[in-house]
Design a protein around this ligand. Structure first.
Ligand code: SF4
Length: 373
């Protein structure tokens, strides 16, 4: 399943403070600089791929954690290593995840000059009480100041992350968040539902959290779909909306079953037909060397499941003929009854070669995928 384009993901597992809902690999560091030892290890891991990868790298994505905590010098060292070690496509997409309140003008200009051409900015909500409950470090004013700084530096492709299902959130407060963000006209907006994950403070407090009801959450999701459609955003993936041609190329690669290399603690890779991942213990990662990975033993069945599960997240769904040529058998054989029932319920469409979820099916995707896969 080799692909003709590759993605590169770089994980920076440090945040100023840990948010109350976060189960990502990220360590609170009070806003201190990212340790040099971590940057050195990232560089060592990228260099280990040098000469082993000929496929052009079409997308580079720095995620976290908070990659905008890297100093401009640290970022330059990593970017130069990527450029000298890998075959980077001439029109590659370079995305940087940013948390408001962690930028300076000097950093923004440096990141732009290093070749980043897309920024994903974590906002979640414009309301101070909702941000405070989430444990976010920034205010709405800090978000606006970061957004303007990025625009002034020349960033023409900005994505804003929003969240629904937040404690204390109402349909009216969510609408105000949507209206405000739409008025800024970012090229891309992601709208994620809050999940109360085990091991987080929210999980400990789950009995007393004033969460919206499931019906209210559904109303928020559908409101986002309607408002963003009116504002000209295409709902191209369950949680993602883009204007014009601004779909996330890097994330689209994941959903289309493309290959990628992940470097850094907890980073996952799908390269040369193999899935593997790095330890999520940051100290162990720093102490390791080369490509220190754990292989994910995968059966053909896992790959079939992933292909369908990822592809059905997209508006265009999956191609049945592509599935058949990849796995040697039909996706729909034996599922005809389930598929027609879901079609009648308005949750799924089967149009020629393509099987896709509808807008309403997107919201119920978890239960639909359980039925169909
Ligand atoms: S900023 Fe993101 S990665 Fe960092 S703690 Fe908050 S949710 Fe987790």
């Amino acid at each position: 399943m080799a692909t003709d384009r590759l993605g590169l993901y770089v994980h920076i597992p440090y945040c100023v403070r840990k948010c109350n809902y976060c189960d990502f690999c990220s360590l609170p560091n009070g806003g201190a600089q990212v340790p040099e030892a971590y940057v050195d290890r990232i560089i060592d891991e990228i260099l280990s791929y040098s000469g082993r990868v000929s496929t052009p790298v079409d997308t580079v994505y720095f995620g976290g954690g908070t990659p905008s905590l890297l100093s401009s010098t640290q970022m330059a060292r990593i970017v130069y290593t990527i450029r000298k070690s890998l075959n980077i496509s001439p029109h590659s997409e370079w995305t940087l995840e940013v948390n408001p309140g962690t930028l300076t003008k000097e950093k923004v200009d440096a990141f732009f000059n290093l070749g980043f051409n897309r920024v994903s900015l974590g906002l979640q909500s414009i309301h101070e009480n909702e941000m405070k409950t989430l444990g976010r470090i920034h205010t709405f004013d800090e978000f606006i100041s970061s957004y303007n700084m990025l625009r002034d530096a020349g960033f023409g492709n900005i994505s804003v992350d929003l969240m629904y299902g937040i404690p204390h959130q109402t349909l009216a407060s969510f609408k105000k968040t949507l209206d405000t963000v739409i008025s800024l006209s970012p090229e891309h907006i992601s709208v994620y539902g809050l999940i109360v994950e085990e091991g987080t403070p929210f999980y400990q407090w789950r009995e007393s959290l004033p969460l919206p009801t499931l019906d209210e959450e559904c109303d928020m999701y559908e409101l986002a779909g309607r408002q963003l459609a009116v504002a000209g955003y295409e709902h191209y993936e369950i949680s993602n909306y883009a204007r014009d041609s601004y779909r996330s190329r890097h994330n689209s690669l994941y959903w289309r079953f493309g290959e990628y290399i992940g470097v850094g603690a907890a980073a996952h890779s799908f390269f040369a037909g193999q899935r593997y991942f790095n330890t999520d213990n940051v100290d162990d990662y720093i102490a390791s060397s080369g490509i220190s990975v754990t292989q994910t033993p995968e059966s053909e069945c896992d790959l079939e499941y992933e292909y369908a599960m990822l592809g059905l997240r997209l508006k265009e769904g999956i191609s049945l003929s592509d599935y058949e040529s990849l796995f040697g058998h039909s996706f729909i054989d034996g599922k005809e009854q389930i598929i027609s029932r879901l079609e009648e319920a308005g949750l799924l469409t089967l149009d020629g070669d393509r099987l896709a979820l509808t807008e309403h099916g997107f919201y119920l995707s978890n239960s639909i995928l359980v039925e169909i896969l």
